[in-house]
Ligand binder design. Structure first.
Ligand code: GDP
Length: 532
């Protein structure tokens, strides 16, 4: 009997994230997924331009604009007997390591592409992160109600830029004004798109008809019928077939087409998740009696992938978001960190029930929020025995480095504390040069630096300038002791330590890294550092 048939609660969990380049439609899709699944009940559009969306998550935005109550980091809905945890990956100007790290807590992802643009730079980066753990990716090509690239072109773009096999599950008929719907290649039906105004009832938006010339001619011109018939033939003959195993291994992405804004294709996407998205799987970990934590294990264990501060600006409280990997978590449970601290989790925030108050248990795949005063850090593992350490929660090499300079040098001690505290929270990374002791903060985007400066001023009352650093890129370095020593000796002024004391090479350019790599072949220059 399978675990799901066995009734194991964890086996019903599907924990996923949506990734996209800004403006491809992630927020709109998120909302429409929640609507289609019945998790929220309002219909309409979400959009706020010009407002201060910078430091807000998509869901806070939805919350504010729509007056609906959703949590900031994970939204749960039930659909066709499964329980979905949709993790928020802030993807706008506030793009940061949080986005990357959230993907370490997801079991699969939906990649949203703008049909007129295909794969964009941030899509590329996010897929790179999914690759670190071979997270399966399902693709939704959005905005088919606008002029789009040719479907073959979009599929080629995915194959070429992302090195993922793209298996069309549907084939669209036209786009923009000419968009008539999509052929479902699995069932051989045509799903009709009705333009708003044609019929405002979203339920009717996916009328299905037979994929035959006679049926199609009823809703489109003979030329269009011919075009879609040829498209379907081409897709069946030339394109990659869907293969569940390749998808699960992260080598192939099934591709769907639609319009999030018009709620077209969203239900099909939900159904696709039900059919193919994986539930919680074994998580590699060390310290215990075996090499991985399995979702069905008795012992409760999980890892912290995100820390959110300032939920209440009057307190320096933080909420640590823990993804459960095994066991049945119960409110009030005592858990230990891998660093040996014990905590009673008496007031966890449980996201998976409609009514947060009555939720008392959580299972592998679920996320719980643990309020704490800075005890927990990103990458920490919590378990009943305290022995486990989950592997593979990386820190990512920052793409922007700034030197922290104080206006008042007497505040150096305070600055150290503030920067360390914010780094522990995962707002930015912190490096300290071995020579001279300057603090260099690293971020993956400019906004992170702004947020950091604002918070240092507001919360610690320190005026600090983050000025350009003479470095461009940071790489964690490891290697045999003697080789490492020789390297450090030659590059004294460019060696720093991160907050855990790991060695980091601050390079002036990407070129300097490749040059150093050639000269010091025994040293590894790492773009991502695992906590352990
Ligand atoms: P995000 O930045 O990826 O979260 O994208 P948003 O969901 O905020 O969408 C960006 C813009 O595209 C907004 O103006 C949306 O209304 C619009 N949009 C999103 N989905 C669609 C769609 O399917 N069709 C059309 N025409 N516009 C869309």
């Amino acid at each position: 009997m399978t675990d799901a048939a066995n009734g194991a609660e964890w086996a019903r969990r599907r924990t996923f994230a949506i990734i996209s380049h800004p403006d491809a439609g992630k927020t709109t899709l998120t909302e429409n997924i929640l609507l289609a699944a019945g998790a929220i009940r309002l219909a309409g559009q979400v959009k706020a331009r010009g407002q201060n969306r910078r430091t807000q998550s998509d869901w806070m935005k939805i919350e504010r604009e729509r007056g609906i109550s959703v949590s900031a980091s994970v939204m749960t809905y039930e659909y066709k007997g499964l329980l979905f945890n949709l993790l928020d990956t802030p993807g706008h100007e506030d793009f940061s390591e949080d986005t990357y790290r959230t993907l370490t807590a997801a079991d699969s992802a939906i990649m949203v592409l703008d049909a007129a643009k295909g794969v964009e730079p941030r899509t590329l980066k996010l897929v790179e992160v999914c690759r670190l753990r071979d997270i399966p990716i399902l693709t939704f090509i959005n905005k088919m109600d606008r002029e789009a690239l040719d479907p073959s072109e979009l599929l080629d773009d995915i194959q070429d830029k992302l090195a993922l096999d793209a298996a069309p599950m549907q084939w669209p008929s036209g786009s923009g004004q000419r968009f008539k719907g999509v052929a479902d290649l699995q069932t051989g039906q045509f799903i009709r798109y009705e333009r708003p105004g044609d019929d405002a009832d979203p339920e009717k938006a996916s009328d299905r008809l037979a994929l035959t010339p006679d049926a199609l001619n009823e809703i489109m011109s003979p030329a269009e019928t011919e075009e879609i018939t040829e498209g379907v033939e081409l897709a069946r003959e030339v394109c990659v077939d869907f293969n569940a195993r390749s998808y699960r291994e992260g080598h192939l992405t099934p591709v769907y087409f639609g319009s999030a804004l018009r709620q077209f294709g969203v239900r099909e996407l939900l159904d696709a998740l039900v059919q193919v998205a994986p539930g919680p799987e074994a998580q590699p970990a060390v310290g215990g009696s075996k090499p991985e934590l399995e979702p069905g294990d008795k012992e409760v264990a999980g890892f912290v992938f995100k820390i959110q501060a300032n939920m209440d600006p009057n307190h320096r409280d933080r909420v640590a978001f823990m993804r459960l990997c095994s066991g049945t978590f119960k409110r009030g449970m005592k858990l230990k960190t891998d660093a040996g601290k014990t905590m009673t989790v008496s007031n966890p925030i449980l996201f998976f029930a409609q009514d947060r108050e009555i939720a008392d248990n959580a299972y592998a795949g679920d996320v719980i929020g643990i309020p704490n005063h800075g005890v927990l850090r990103v990458g920490d593992t919590l378990s009943e025995s305290g022995k486990w350490q989950v592997a593979g929660i990386p820190n990512f090499a920052p793409e922007m480095l700034r030197r922290a300079r104080l206006k008042d040098p007497l505040k150096a001690k305070h600055l150290k504390k503030a920067l360390e505290s914010l780094a522990e929270e995962g707002v930015t990374q912190l490096f300290r040069l071995q020579v001279g002791g300057d603090f260099i903060v690293g971020a993956v985007g400019a906004l992170q630096i702004d947020v950091m400066a604002e918070r240092v001023a507001a919360e610690y009352g320190i005026d600090v300038i983050f000025e350009p650093a003479p470095y461009d890129t940071a790489r964690w370095i490891t290697g045999p002791d003697d080789k490492l020593e020789a390297f450090i000796d030659r590059h004294k002024s460019a060696i720093a330590e991160d907050i855990d004391g790991a060695l980091v090479f601050m390079a002036k350019s990407a070129w300097e890294i490749s040059y150093s790599q050639e000269k010091y072949p025994d040293i590894e220059f790492l773009k991502a550092k695992e906590r352990r």
